[in-house]
Design a protein around this ligand. Structure first.
Ligand SMILES: O=C(O)CCC(=O)C(=O)O
Ligand SMILES: [Fe+2]
Length: 355
């Protein structure tokens, strides 16, 4: 199937083809889709990363507490002063733009066949199983534990290697703070999830300008697999997160910040103390939007289940059954993306224990 980029460049579109019409009554009459977005500005918490790595003891523990509150109350937060230079982020976004500018035949060589192929590009989310397509082209590359890269465009490999390493260091420090905020040792998540062999996926999204943005959808409501996602974008006005029953526009990112979100396997590991958050990407009719989401998960063969220490600390029974990360990934990426449906299948209904 051709990319959305090729579609809009092949002709002058004044309306979207019917198979991209997502926002029809049959699709939006249920669940989160029906709720109008409500703008709440400046509320997503901001974490000053420098306090974690170079603050005084007191500043650091204050920051760990803020991280814990952001995870508990929002599941999304900005990270500033993280030490990754703004130009490294810009170059990464630029290289992804150059990738999407490759000729269709060049991109087709990198389509991939299986959801676990280390380099995969395409359009929509999983066009093989979808009836309605999303206004989105994507590139997904496994960059850890083994680094992969498309061999085009020139420079992509160096830029993505440098970016991936820098983001990984930030992610590990954040997971350290998250571990501490859960009352366990700083290295707890890193060790338990075998992050030395952890999967890291660079996922680049292109949302070309759309003639009928109110009808199309860039990415449907979903939560991310893995532990933590760090996102950057070339412009705001696209991402929305579902918070307290409302859709919130995310468009006031502090300059050069990462937007970090809790993903499904941190919800499982923390036994639901920190929850992954449903989000979606809408499109606009003015300019192409590019986002680069760096997803960080455990080792592919790791069975993720609620951590015994965290189950006990909370005085609750395990709320999720364990599943191998690889199997979860294959199941989520190989079907239609639909809210938290994949995670819900692992949920155990249980009452608080009496002890
Ligand atoms: O483009 C965005 O802002 C969201 C992308 C996203 O949710 C994802 O890649 O999982
Ligand atoms: Fe996402």
């Amino acid at each position: 199937m051709g990319s959305v980029k090729a579609l809009i460049e092949s002709t002058t579109l004044t309306s979207i083809p019917p198979n991209y019409a997502y926002n029809t009554t049959s699709n939006t009459c249920n669940q989160q889709n029906a709720i109008d977005p409500v703008e709440l500005e400046g509320q997503i918490p901001t974490i000053d990363y420098s306090m974690l790595v170079s603050g005084s003891g007191q500043q650091r523990s204050q920051c760990v507490q803020q991280v814990g509150e952001a995870c508990r109350d929002w599941g999304f937060f900005y990270v500033i002063n993280h030490g990754v230079p703004g130009e490294v982020m810009e170059r990464m976004l630029g290289a992804c733009g150059d990738f999407f500018d490759l000729r269709e035949e060049e991109k087709r060589e990198m389509e991939g066949e299986e959801v676990l192929d280390p380099i995969r590009c395409g359009t929509s989310f999983n066009a093989a199983v979808e009836q309605v397509f999303f206004w989105r082209d994507f590139l997904k590359v496994f960059v850890h534990p083994i680094f992969h890269s498309p061999d085009k465009p020139p420079g992509f490999s160096d830029i993505s290697l440098n970016y991936s390493k820098k983001v990984r260091a930030v992610m590990l420090e954040l997971l350290g703070a998250i571990s501490e905020s859960l009352g366990v040792d700083k290295c707890y998540i890193e060790k338990e999830m075998e992050l030395e062999h952890g999967l890291q996926i660079l996922a680049a999204n292109l949302y070309p300008p759309c003639p009928q943005p109110e009808l199309a959808m860039g990415m449907p409501p979903h939560s991310d697999h893995g532990l933590l996602t760090l996102l950057i974008e070339n412009q705001g006005h696209g991402l929305q997160i579902h918070h307290n029953g409302m859709w919130i526009h995310v468009n006031n990112a502090p300059p050069s910040s990462f937007l970090v979100n809790i993903a499904d396997h941190l919800e499982i590991l923390s036994n639901g103390k920190y929850k992954s958050v449903v989000h979606r990407a809408v499109v606009n009719n003015k300019a192409a939007r590019i986002s680069v989401a760096m997803a960080h998960g455990p080792a592919l063969d790791k069975v993720v289940e609620p951590a015994p220490e965290l189950v006990k600390n909370g005085g609750y029974k395990a709320k999720y059954i364990g599943m191998k990360y690889k199997d979860y990934l294959a199941s989520q990426q190989g079907s239609q993306l639909n809210g938290k449906s994949c995670l819900e299948r692992l949920r155990i209904e249980c009452e608080p224990s009496t002890k």
